[in-house]
Design a binder for this molecule. Sequence first.
Ligand SMILES: *Cc1c(COP(=O)(O)O)cnc(C)c1O
Length: 354
Amino acid sequence: MSRFLSATQKDLVPYVPGEQPRDRSYIKLNTNESPFPPSAKAQAYAAQAAKSLQLYSDPNCTALTAKAAQLLGVEPENIIFTNGSDEALYFVFLAFCDGSKPAIFPDITYGFYKVYAELTHVPYTRIPLKEDFTIDIADYAGNNATIFIANPNAPTGLLLGLDQVEAIVKANPDNIVVIDEAYIDFGGESAVTLIDKYDNLLVVQTFSKSRSMAGARLGLAIGNKALIDDMKAIKYSTNPFNVNAMTMAAGLGSLEDGEYFRSNCEKIRTNRSWTTQQLRDRGFTVLDSTSNFILAKHPLLPGKQLYLDLKAKGILIRHFDTQRLTDYIRITIGSSEEMAAFVKTIDAIMEETL
Ligand SMILES: *Cc1c(COP(=O)(O)O)cnc(C)c1O
């Protein structure tokens, strides 16, 4: 830390992304990326856009927004595009949270909610998930706070049904409820259909997972026009060109290639069921995931050890060294070849250590 760092940021604990080591080639099952490349149409549109990079990008993301609105069944005014959905979450903290409107979210959820709360000096409360890692929706009533819920949740993969999401939104007419749908395309039902009914609902989605565009940085928030206008005010006060021209073009290409998108989501679902069953057959407890990762534990193999053994054998997964998660490992669902290699390596580790 330099002697110049503002006293307001000296306690900041930055988000720790999953490792991206370059020392050797790994089978990467640690950061919930897609194993598939972006749509060919996305790639072609991005290459085309690269020819005009001397120009600023369209701050309104006009074509992309029109296409997204059509597919989501909303109006363009209900959508704001951002530099990854992380930026949408950041805008929510800047626009809607402060000392008198704190943030609440589960104790086990996406790590960035806490980081943004600290960065923006918003007080926050973490509500413990139940013993089985499910959310008790009764915990999310009667708080004067902005609510952040990842649905499906990360890293549990557990889904709240649309009726449960609606119950939370309904119980909070004077609080914004943010439903972070980073993984909704892998089997859940989106809350976007509720935005006309509730002016306090904000849905956040991303192109990073199901659309194979993590490196492009593209996310969006969907909600009532007044909420979106407030977020646009933040955008135009920080970086009007937050979505670069190549990413914007790639995003449109991805949306125009619905068939590729749906087929990849289907492959992930198939590989998820297969891997879940394989692990259960080997004595693992595996949570019922609706996302592109699974959370699993073995009664005899500690999470940290599994992580290290897998890494030594060229497979990266994620271990969270926190009290409630330390027994577990989180495995991103990759291609069928990757998952077969993963299971084979688990067999080797079990044979060596048990
Ligand atoms: C991956 C993820 C995000 C952020 O994704 P971006 O790459 O910034 O779009 C947001 N929320 C959750 C729960 C995630 O897992």
